[in-house]
Design a binder for this molecule. Structure first.
Ligand code: PRX
Length: 654
């Protein structure tokens, strides 16, 4: 992927906003100047869009860098900001959520109704002994209860840790243990790919044999109605809600009260619990959602297709849109069930105006052909967003022409779990957009492309992306591991935040993201760690050693390709290479989740290593991408690559 991006960074196509769009846009060009001339004053202004129970007087305390404190002496309630205040302002009848289930059932919640649900849910949590600061694990499908649970946890000052429903029981258990959660909120199951898919068994498996001793209760939402095994800790969500008090007053908490932990893959085998707090996070979530999507809460219908299990679902499903009083669609299922035009049908049904999705989805629609979206009325769309991975210019152009009718501007938004909210993106009424480039830091953000020495590079030189000044929604640490926080992000380029991405500015000074420069892969916009998959592979009794690389893939951006060496005494038991591949792919799905399944597993006799024993993944990537093998002079044994590529060429692993 990075090669094609590299060659495209001389892109000359530009698409200016229409005069009409520019004239009506919320953000005007002066916003950049305003933010530059007084950055902290600019952020304080943004924070004042929120309701503060106690106003802040200090904007930023950076004296304990790299741990920032934003709006520290202010107090607010995140849930109140997303709900009650809209009702108090007279917008209680506005739809907050149009929930659309995969099988076609739907339910809409006004702001008044959503507030009432969250108040009850907050009372349920309190009745189960959840207090400020306690951690609550949320393992749900994409249903309204996922958002209701998050807001209820936030409302009482507790901390949620949402775990994507596609993660396995083992991954769930590790995250519960690391966060020491007291409660899990789950469902019997959800609908995916045209059928009910169970969730509760994974929770039962994660908790069995007192494996997660901190968990006191499990709240279970009934979604599919399928039979579930009941344990003494289980409580039906509907029973608890029916018995709960309706009224709940939102108390104010300090701006730096922890809001959530979200686990993400790093360069080691152990996922990192990224910690976000309240006031700064919500400020930037709301600011970016408003300006990047040019949001008109009275008229827009917004739809972000991300699952709440990822950061995009936190900031641009739960917090940003609701803080702004927007109306949004939440869709439960997969894009192609029960038919390949399902997404376009949803857009037509709700007259969606703002769409936020990932390049991998766009590429898979492109593959199916424009006949499918052409059958639906997509003329309501007025801004299109992209997130999660670099968008290749072909997919960008298709998105613009076929989905956006050559009319709706595209905002390619770069950010990360750690940054909490969008950092680099065009502003749709201001920027001339360019296929494939995220382009410019948002007003208030200072991003740089630097060389190995941390010094900023000029245009057309490849380097590393850093953020040079603190920002409100930045992570406040890694849960339980302050040292790792400093080492991972702050030590490589002294005092600058290192994002782990390669980047380059083109001849116009626009930023192009060139992919990860560490051992993190990006598969369909999902972040996966090579080390995590390697340790899953070697946990299988057949495997002596494993090396994993992210290889370019036309559909998913990158794909996981694994090379394994079998234990000598297991070769016979393991059987043919294709048996090994099947068994190990399933093993990875069980250990981590189906998203981490390697596309391909190659059984090899040796791995290419340097004299100091480091695996040379660069060479394995050459094999996986079917390229001539690069420079092998630093290999301890230069014949290894001939043996590996010879075996692959002979088709032994097909
Ligand atoms: O490599 C970048 C890529 O996704 C990584 C962050 O992944 P995650 O924390 O899971 O968050 C994804 C959703 C915000 C980044 O380090 N990435 C994200 N957006 C873009 C991107 N790469 C290029 N262009 C983007 N727009």
């Amino acid at each position: 992927m990075s090669d094609s991006i590299e060659s495209q960074s001389h892109e000359t196509r530009h698409f200016a906003p229409t005069a009409e769009f520019a004239a009506a846009a919320l953000a005007k060009p002066e916003i950049y100047e305003r933010a530059k001339s007084d950055r902290l004053g600019f952020w304080a202004e943004q924070a004042k869009h929120l309701h503060w129970h106690k106003p802040f007087t200090k904007t930023l305390d950076w004296s304990e860098a790299p741990v920032a404190k934003w709006f520290e002496d202010g107090e607010l309630n995140v849930s109140y900001n997303c709900l009650d205040r809209h009702v108090i302002a007279g917008n209680g009848d506005r739809i907050a959520i149009h929930f659309e289930g995969e099988p076609g059932d739907s339910k809409s919640y006004t702001y008044a109704e959503l507030t009432a649900e969250v108040k009850r849910a907050a009372n349920v949590l309190t009745s189960l002994g959840i207090e400020r600061g306690d951690r609550v694990a949320i393992y749900l499908p994409m249903i309204a209860e996922a958002v209701i649970s998050m807001l209820a946890v936030a409302r009482i000052g507790a901390v949620h840790s949402v775990i994507f429903g596609g993660f396995s029981a083992d991954s769930l258990a590790t995250r519960i243990q690391d966060a020491q959660a007291k409660l899990v909120i789950t469902a019997d199951g959800g609908y995916r790919k045209g059928k009910a898919s169970a969730l509760k068994p994974a929770v039962d498996e994660a908790l069995k044999d007192n494996n997660c001793p901190t968990i006191e209760n499990v709240l279970v939402v009934k979604r599919t109605g399928d039979e579930v095994v009941w344990t003494p800790k289980d409580i039906w969500w509907s029973d608890a809600m029916a018995n709960a008090e309706a009224e709940h007053e939102a108390k104010a908490f300090p701006a730096e009260n922890p809001l959530f932990i979200l686990y993400t893959s790093g360069t080691t085998g152990k996922p990192k619990g990224i910690l976000h707090t309240s006031g700064g996070y919500l400020t930037q979530a709301a600011y970016t959602h408003r300006n990047v999507f040019d949001l008109r809460p009275e008229t827009d219908i917004y739809w972000c297709t991300a699952d709440v299990g990822w950061i995009t679902g936190h900031t641009y499903v739960a917090y940003g849109p609701l803080a702004n009083g927007a109306t949004q669609v939440i869709y439960e299922g997969t894009p192609d069930a029960p038919h390949p035009g399902r997404w376009w049908e949803v857009i037509e049904k709700y007259k969606v105006t703002l769409l936020y999705t990932a390049p991998t989805a766009i590429r898979s629609f492109m593959k199916l052909g424009r006949e499918i979206p052409d059958k639906f009325d997509l003329s309501s769309l007025r801004v299109l967003g992209s997130v999660g991975e670099p968008i290749n210019p072909e997919a960008w152009m298709w998105y613009r022409e076929v989905i956006g009718g050559n009319r709706a501007p595209i905002v390619d938004t770069w950010w990360q779990t750690e940054t909490g909210a969008i950092m680099i993106s065009p502003l749709p009424g201001i920027t001339d957009t360019k296929p494939g480039s995220a382009q410019v830091p948002l007003p208030g953000i200072v991003a740089k492309v630097v060389g190995e020495d941390g010094v900023e590079l000029g245009n057309e030189q490849g380097g590393y992306l850093t953020i040079a000044e603190p920002w409100p929604s930045m992570l406040r640490g890694i849960w339980g591991d302050p040292e790792r926080f400093k080492e991972t992000y702050w030590e490589r380029f002294d005092g600058q935040y290192f994002a782990g991405d390669g980047a380059k500015k083109d001849h116009d000074g626009d930023i192009w993201l060139l992919g990860r420069v560490d051992d993190v892969m990006n598969v369909s916009g999902h972040r996966l760690s090579t080390a995590e998959i390697e340790s899953a592979l070697v946990s299988h009794p057949w495997v002596a050693e494993a090396a994993v690389v992210g290889a370019s893939d036309a559909l998913t951006g990158q794909a996981v390709v694994a090379f394994v060496i079998l234990r000598l005494d297991q070769v016979e038991a393991a059987g043919s290479d294709s048996d090994v591949s099947r068994v190990l792919r399933d093993h990875v799905a069980k250990e981590i989740g189906p998203i981490a399944k390697p596309r391909q597993i190659m059984v090899v006799a040796e791995l290419p290593k340097t004299r100091s024993g480091k695996i040379m993944r660069r060479l394995l990537r050459d094999v996986a991408e079917d390229r001539p093998i690069g420079d092998v002079t630093t290999l301890a044994d230069t014949t290894v690559m001939n043996i590996i590529s010879g075996k692959i060429a002979a088709g032994a692993n097909d």
